[in-house]
Design a protein around this ligand. Structure first.
Ligand SMILES: [Zn+2]
Ligand SMILES: [Zn+2]
Length: 300
């Protein structure tokens, strides 16, 4: 068995793995097994489900998947983790769906002016903005799967919870796409976004510092507000709870320390030393982030 640290941990060539699905029957086989109870079916049941009468042909295609995507256990073909992931990638909708949502009211209020913000969705990107002060509060990709079996209001809530979770995870160094190592670095600008000529529209373009997240193993990268790290510090979270701010229920776009550039002050760049002001109803909290993107201290 190969494992972490071995020189050639690849079971099969990744390009060959993708080419396996150039024949539509192989996806049909995976989907048939997925839709059965316990993700397991007998040979004849799969053959019936995909409607292939030629046993030789069917056997050939099933064999191509056996091992990495499907395993035979006591006469049943069982979906393996790789098989699940192929289905999950398709069901996320990013390959074949492009829904749009015209602006609808989003819960909460704009952190700048108090107006009810709007949510809209286009080209796989969800945006929460304020029309009153013409501010983009939060913008991030969201899979079309997020709208399945949900009302738009439920999808807006799911977008909030998911983005909060993904930003926390990635800014702690773990990739939510491939489980790889994410480099977390401060930056003053977002060159890749700039390169794509989108920086002017980027929701956090005016922030004096951002996190540049970049996965060592896959193509994942993001630029996100540095205030996200406050959500992973139990002392800060506890203090905010006592001040009436519940970061588990408040939406990302309702947290001024995430949306408001003016609350972020860069004290030093070498090493990075950042102050984030967190206003509450009674007093203001100042949180200091150190060079390794952790909360260094908080002062009231
Ligand atoms: Zn506003
Ligand atoms: Zn990754």
């Amino acid at each position: 068995m190969t494992g972490p640290g071995d020189e050639s941990p690849e079971k099969i060539d990744p390009q060959e793995a993708f080419q396996l699905f150039s024949h539509e029957m192989r996806l049909e086989i995976l989907f048939a097994i997925w839709k059965s109870p316990n993700y397991a079916l007998a040979f004849s049941e799969i053959q019936d489900a995909v409607g292939e009468r030629d046993s030789g042909k069917f056997t050939y295609h099933l064999e191509q998947l056996t091992g990495q995507f499907v395993t035979e256990i006591e006469g049943q073909y069982v979906l393996q983790l790789a098989g699940h992931r192929v289905i999950d990638a398709i069901q996320s909708g990013i390959f074949h769906m492009s829904p749009t949502v015209s602006p609808v009211k989003a819960p909460g209020s704009c952190t700048h002016c108090g107006t009810t913000p709007t949510f809209e969705y286009d080209e796989l990107l969800a945006t929460v903005s304020c029309s009153e002060c013409e501010t983009k509060l939060i913008e991030y990709p969201f899979e079309p799967g997020g709208f399945q079996d949900r009302s738009v209001a439920e999808a807006v809530s799911a977008f909030d919870r998911r983005t909060k979770f993904l930003w926390r995870l990635a800014s702690s160094g773990a990739c939510f796409v491939c489980a790889g190592r994410v480099e977390v670095a401060y930056t003053e600008s977002a060159p890749q976004i700039d390169h794509d000529d989108r920086y002017g529209e980027f929701f956090a373009a005016d922030h004096p510092a951002l996190f540049h997240l970049s996965c060592h193993n896959c193509s994942f990268y993001s630029y996100i507000p540095v205030g996200i790290r406050l959500l992973d510090d139990p002392t800060v979270v506890g203090y905010l709870a006592m001040a009436g701010i519940d970061v588990t229920t408040d939406h990302l776009w309702e947290l001024p320390f995430i949306t408001d550039a003016e609350l972020v002050t860069v004290q030093s760049r070498e090493p990075w030393d950042i102050l984030i002001e967190v206003p509450t109803e009674t007093e203001s909290l100042t949180v200091r982030l150190d060079d390794d993107a952790s909360v260094h201290s908080l002062t009231v």
